[in-house]
Design a protein around this ligand. Structure first.
Ligand SMILES: C[S@@+](CC[C@H](N)C(=O)[O-])C[C@H]1O[C@@H](n2cnc3c(N)ncnc32)[C@H](O)[C@@H]1O
Length: 224
C-alpha cells in the first residue's frame, strides 16, 4: 500500500483568526492528519464540505492541496449560523474570520459558499465531487437528507467522509445512519475524535481496496 503518513505544518495553526482551542482541542482535531493524507493519496479534483464552522476539517484538506500542488477545487458550504447541535453563532464573527484566513492562504483554489446545503446543490453537476465531507446537523433525519440529496453529485469511486459516527447523545443520529450505510457499502472507520467514517457508495478503486484491507495500520496510526 502506497499510503504516506505525512507530518504537515498546518497554516491554520498560525492564523490569528482561527482559535487554537478549536483547531487542536475540538471534536475534529484528531482527524486532521488523516484528512491531509487522504487528499494527498486520492488527489481528488473536487472537494466539497458540508459544515465548516472554523475550518478545522476544511483547512486540512486545503493544506494538502496546497502542499501537493494538485489541481483541486475546494468548496466549503455553511450558513455560518450554527444549528441545533452547535447552537446559534449569534454575534460571533466566525464567517468573517474563516473568510479572512481563506482569502489570504487558499483563495487560488478554495471557495466559501455561505448558503444552505440544499441551496448549494444546484451549483454542482451530477457525478462531479470526488471527496464529500458531510458534517452538518447531526440528527438522523438531517444526516440522511444530506447523504441522499448529495449522493447524485458524487463521482464514480467518490469518497464520503462522515463525522460523529460514534456519538450516541440524545438527538445525534449519524451513528444510526453509519450503521445502515456501512452494512451496504465498502468503508473503513475511526473511533477516535467522535468517529470518522469513510464510505465508498459508488464503487472503490483498487488502491482504496488496498487501504480498506490495511485499515488497521491507519487506525493504529491516527488514533495514537
Ligand atoms: C459540526 S459543525 C462543522 C464542524 C467542522 N467540520 C469542523 O471541522 O469543525 C456543523 C456546521 O454545519 C452548519 N450547518 C448545519 N446544517 C446546515 C445546513 N443545512 N446548511 C448549511 N449549513 C449547515 C452549521 O452552521 C455548522 O457550522
Amino acid at each position: 500500500m502506497n499510503w504516506n503518513f505525512y507530518r504537515p505544518t498546518f497554516a491554520a495553526d498560525s492564523a490569528p483568526e482561527i482559535p487554537t482551542a478549536v483547531l487542536v482541542g475540538g471534536a475534529w482535531s484528531g482527524h486532521r492528519r488523516f484528512a491531509y493524507d487522504i487528499v494527498r493519496y486520492a488527489k481528488p479534483k473536487t472537494i466539497v464540505e458540508l459544515g465548516t464552522f472554523y475550518g478545522t476539517s476544511f483547512f486540512s484538506f486545503c493544506q494538502a492541496v496546497q502542499d501537493a500542488r494538485i489541481q483541486t477545487k475546494c468548496y466549503a458550504v455553511d450558513t455560518w449560523q450554527g444549528d441545533v447541535h452547535t447552537g446559534p453563532y449569534g454575534h460571533l464573527n466566525i464567517f468573517q474570520n474563516v473568510h479572512s484566513f481563506n482569502s489570504r492562504q487558499f483563495s487560488a483554489f478554495s471557495t466559501l459558499l455561505r448558503t444552505t446545503f440544499d441551496e448549494a446543490l444546484a451549483l454542482f453537476q451530477d457525478n462531479s465531487i470526488d471527496l464529500l465531507h458531510i458534517d452538518g446537523c447531526h440528527t438522523y433525519e438531517a444526516a440522511l437528507h444530506d447523504f441522499t440529496s448529495w449522493l447524485p453529485k458524487l463521482s464514480p469511486n467518490g469518497i464520503i467522509l462522515f463525522h460523529d459516527i460514534v456519538v450516541k447523545l440524545p438527538t445525534f443520529g449519524v451513528h444510526v445512519l453509519w450503521e445502515q450505510l456501512s452494512a451496504v457499502y465498502p468503508h473503513f472507520q475511526f473511533a477516535h475524535s467522535n468517529g470518522l467514517g469513510v464510505l465508498f457508495p459508488k464503487g472503490c478503486t483498487e488502491s482504496f481496496k488496498e487501504v480498506i484491507d490495511n485499515q488497521n495500520l491507519l487506525v493504529r496510526h491516527y488514533s495514537r
